[in-house]
Ligand binder design. Structure first.
Ligand code: NAD
Ligand code: UGA
Length: 457
């Protein structure tokens, strides 16, 4: 195989876009190409105004756009030119047929593999960046090398970035994971990818292993993170009943170095496009390998997460005198976490739907996610309205429900908000992001998560 000169990424989404931007910045001697079937997305990238919000991304893009990073809609030509191809297309949960609701839908991945096959006139390295079930690389390898033609090596290189901190995570990863076949050609391909990352990642942080361990490690890492959130959330109801404080419990538990402090923030639970999808994927893998107990164990992580959203709404109904009919509820935050406009699987989606089922009048505010929120709730019609101004959203409301811990929500003038609400005014803090004592002193009835409520007599 000739030395690597051109690197292509297929799929310019939350992973492909930031990853190529960082790589192009750190590896100036390579030419990077990015392609996507979504022409609007490509146009936005090409204009220098990324289609996704990610702190630091726009500035970094400006440095390398059309220097050594190029966006193209001509995927066929890009595949022909590229020596190494990252595939970071979406792999959502299957909605039909076998494994519906659990397994990963690999149709986009397989289409991409076939497209690469049809345009690969020289040996290439294909790298799976998307999160895929165990043994996907093997299937792709069979498609890519069926019927002869130039040899294509398939590597697994799962991505661990989190949205909102993608640039930092890419620049300073805890580890880079590369799985590949233990053959001479496989080892050469692994070494090529290692030397790409070694431009900015210390060698000792670059792990190499077999493909299946690499694929499973990605699912396992997400399952462990999701499990921590469900574990802490599984204690919140108990705290509310008994007067214990979940933040103190988490502090005490997390100070044990064997456990560690991160991912112990209780709240309305995890959202995002990956945790639920990847845990369910693991459930499906366990089920299909005849391991029903392991499947049930992991499924409970997702069940607990869904219950946390239901419990939040049950609490709102009971605290607001057992009826939400015609009550205005201001939802503060719709993104699945702060610093992103992404709303995929956001807890806010199901919470707003449950509030509408209770016939509340819901008004949603969010600094970045309102366009996505409008799309997610389009079918609810006039039962939900959207307002970029949190003060305005809370005017005439019976309650505020905080669902995303945006920094700006900590800085608001809650006295002003309180004065314009229907009394008694309630605040349900689904992320434990605010100063509850101060809110109580202003006059709110305050309902944190996993802590005793602060209620005026
Ligand atoms: P995304 O939906 O933001 O991006 C995927 C892109 O692929 C889309 O723009 C889509 O148009 C494009 N695409 C689909 N089929 C294509 C094809 N045949 N040719 C060209 N483009 C095609 O998804 P994402 O969030 O970037 O996730 C991608 C993968 O990375 C998933 O497997 C996900 O599990 C994994 N992952 C995501 C994150 C995250 O934080 N979002 C982190 C780590 C891993
Ligand atoms: C997560 C992982 O953190 C990444 O390592 C992984 O690469 C990515 O999934 C993926 O595979 O897609 P992401 O979903 O972007 O990243 O964001 P997280 O910071 O993990 O947050 C996920 C959800 O958990 C958010 O809704 C967040 O509010 C919630 N969360 C997080 C909690 O409820 N409590 C916590 O303590 C931490």
């Amino acid at each position: 195989m000739k030395p690597i000169q051109t690197i292509l990424c297929i799929g310019a989404g939350y992973v492909g876009g930031p990853t190529m931007v960082v790589m192009a910045d750190r590896c100036p001697e390579y030419r990077f190409l990015l392609t996507d079937i979504n022409a609007d997305r490509l146009r936005a990238w090409q204009s220098g105004d990324p289609p996704i919000y990610e702190p630091g991304l726009k500035e970094l893009l400006a440095r390398i756009l059309n220097r050594n990073l190029f966006f193209t809609s001509d995927a066929d030509a890009a595949i022909e030119e590229a020596d190494l191809i990252f595939v970071s297309v979406n792999t959502p949960t299957k909605t039909f047929g076998q494994g519906a609701g659990l397994a990963a839908d690999l149709q986009y991945w397989e289409k991409t593999a076939r497209q690469i096959k049809s345009r690969a006139h020289q040996p290439k390295i294909v790298v799976e960046k998307s999160t895929v079930p165990v043994r996907t690389a093997e299937a792709m390898e069979r498609i890519l090398n069926a019927g002869g033609g130039p040899r294509i090596e398939v590597l697994s290189n799962p991505e661990f970035l989190a949205e909102g901190t993608a640039i930092r995570d890419l620049l300073e990863p805890d580890r880079v994971l590369i799985g590949g076949p233990n053959t001479p050609a496989g080892r050469t391909a692994i070494e090529a990818l290692v030397s790409l990352y070694a431009h900015w990642v210390p060698r000792e942080k670059i792990l190499t292993m077999d493909v299946w361990s690499s694929e499973l490690a990605k699912l396992a890492a997400n399952a462990f993170l999701a499990q921590r959130i469900s574990s802490i959330n599984a204690l919140t109801g108990l705290c509310e009943m008994t007067g214990a404080d979940i933040t103190r419990v988490a502090l005490a538990v997390g100070m044990d170095r064997r456990i560690g402090p991160r991912f112990l923030e209780a709240g309305v639970g995890f959202g995002g496009s990956c945790f639920q999808k990847d845990v369910l994927n693991l459930v499906y893998l366990c089920e299909s390998q005849g391991l029903p107990d392991a499947a049930r164990y992991w499924r409970q992580v997702v069940e607990m997460n869904l219950e946390q959203r239901r419990r939040f709404v049950r609490q709102m109904v009971s605290r607001l005198f057992n009826t939400l009919v015609d009550k205005r509820i201001a939802v503060f935050g719709f993104a699945f976490k702060p610093d992103t406009g992404d709303t995929r699987e956001s807890p806010a989606i199901s919470i707003c739907r449950q509030l509408v089922e209770e016939r509340a009048r819901v008004v949603v505010t969010d600094p970045r996610a309102l366009p996505n929120a409008q799309r997610d709730l389009a079918d609810l019609g006039s039962a939900v309205t959207f307002d970029p101004d949190p003060y305005h959203a809370a005017e005439g409301a019976h309650a505020v429900a905080l669902l995303t811990a945006w920094e700006e929500y900590r800085q608001l003038d809650y006295r002003r908000i309180f004065q314009n609400m229907v009394q008694p005014a309630s605040l349900f803090d689904g992320r434990n992001a605010l100063d509850h004592q101060q809110l109580f002193e202003i006059g709110f009835n305050v309902y944190p998560t996993g802590k005793p409520p602060l209620i005026h007599d």
